[in-house]
Ligand binder design. Structure first.
Ligand code: XMP
Length: 322
């Protein structure tokens, strides 16, 4: 659209004026905000932007590949993928408390990111700036009040990094609402898969594997979640839902497969409608979709023999289970 083309041009000028000949780093998350912010900065200053994508071991199936395909192969952004899954999973071993999981992931993320920035600096690109995909509602929220989820759950972001590493923020989306960021993303040529992506929390699948996070349980959840993504899309409901995903419960129950007794994990399906994530209603998914989800997950995912549907709204429940 015209307005977004104009916005992009103005933002590019502003970034150039702010950054001058400095180097900028960006933590890509796979989400639309950091993606659009990175593309604007790349337009403005080219390869003086370096993007870092941290594979924390708690990503969904195909996520890392998608980031590498889109930002590396398609847009040619200077991108480093850091495979830190061992480090994250090591730090998470034995941890079951939700807040501890969140703290650990936030802490490890900062440590890994810092290390990578130092490595880039040693190669002559010492960054003075950090790109952040801060939106207008975040700006308002941080000056006036904190939304409930900000205080009930410690949200994971790159907060704390700028002061610690002496970085100035570049925030080219500060004046935009989410739907405007999506329009801008399309204008910049981002694929629909990223522009329309449902939100995914920074702590990733670690807060959807309830109880201890192990490689095995993550693999089970990934398979179930992939089925949820496929079936929700096939039913044409992906964009109608705020989020739809699978949660692996630390509960086993008895089942029967052929003539064999099974004693396996339970998978919960969570699907919510919401406009901002602050409140939300459980989605009235069609029964035939629920039936397909249940039979596919139980038949195709070893380790799950029961599927339940979460019919809790927010509040009083939250969207994520941890
Ligand atoms: P809750 O579970 O608090 O989630 O109802 C509200 C929305 O926020 C997302 N969420 C997060 N996003 N870092 C994020 O970037 C986090 O730590 C985090 N925790 C929850 C959640 O997916 C939902 O869209």
């Amino acid at each position: 659209t015209w307005s977004m083309r104009g916005y992009a041009e103005a933002a590019v000028e502003q970034i150039r004026a702010q950054v001058k000949d400095g180097h900028v780093i960006c933590a890509l998350s796979g989400g639309v905000d950091s993606a659009v912010a990175a593309l604007l900065v790349h337009r403005a200053i080219g390869d003086r932007l370096r993007c870092i994508f941290v594979d924390n071991g708690v990503l969904r199936a195909g996520e890392r590949q998608q980031v590498e395909d889109v930002f590396g192969a398609m847009f040619h952004l200077p991108l480093v993928t850091v495979d830190a899954s061992r480090r994250f999973l090591g730090a998470l071993a034995g941890v079951t408390d939700p807040e501890r999981k969140r703290k650990i992931i936030g802490h490890e993320f900062i440590a890994v990111f810092e290390q990578e920035v130092e490595r880039l600096a040693a190669h002559g690109a010492r960054a003075k700036f950090l790109v952040q995909g801060t939106l207008y509602p975040d700006v308002i929220e941080s000056v006036s009040f904190r939304g409930p989820s900000a205080t009930i759950k410690s949200h994971h972001n790159v907060g704390g990094l700028p002061e610690k590493m002496n970085l100035s923020l570049v925030e080219p989306l500060r004046e935009l609402f989410k739907d405007e960021v999506r329009q801008l993303g399309l204008e910049l040529g981002l694929p629909e898969a990223i522009v329309r992506r449902q939100p995914f929390p920074g702590p990733g699948l670690a807060i959807r594997v309830l109880g201890e996070v192990t490689e095995e349980r993550l693999a089970v959840l990934r398979r179930a979640d992939t089925i949820v993504q496929e079936e929700v899309r096939a039913a044409g409901l992906y964009e109608k839902l705020w989020q739809g995903f699978a949660v692996l419960l630390p509960v086993r129950s008895v089942g029967v497969m052929g003539d064999e007794r099974t004693y396996e994990s339970t998978c919960a399906i969570r699907a919510v409608e919401s406009t901002d994530g602050m409140t939300g209603d459980w989605a009235r998914l069609p029964y035939d979709l629920l039936a397909r989800l249940s039979s596919r997950i139980i038949n195709e995912v070893r380790g799950i023999n029961r599927v339940v549907y979460d019919i809790s709204s927010k509040p009083p429940a939250t969207i994520e289970w941890e």
